[in-house]
Write a protein that binds this ligand. Sequence first.
Ligand SMILES: [Zn+2]
Length: 74
Amino acid sequence: MPTYAYRCRECTESFELTRPMSESGDPAVCPGGHRDTVKLLTTVALTGKAAGSGAPSAPSAPSGGGCCGGGCCA
Ligand SMILES: [Zn+2]
């Protein structure tokens, strides 16, 4: 369901409503209870995947240190 942004002209509060597209033109009541609101540019904020992260974390290499890893120190 898309999210629509509105602004109240009485308290200048901006708020968003998630409502069906068929009701996007309906009057919205601000959280403060005012009815004098205007619809802002439609922000299509469809819920979905966030932007993918970067490279997958590489497996950390075994600790270096030379011979202690190979058993020659033991
Ligand atoms: Zn208001």
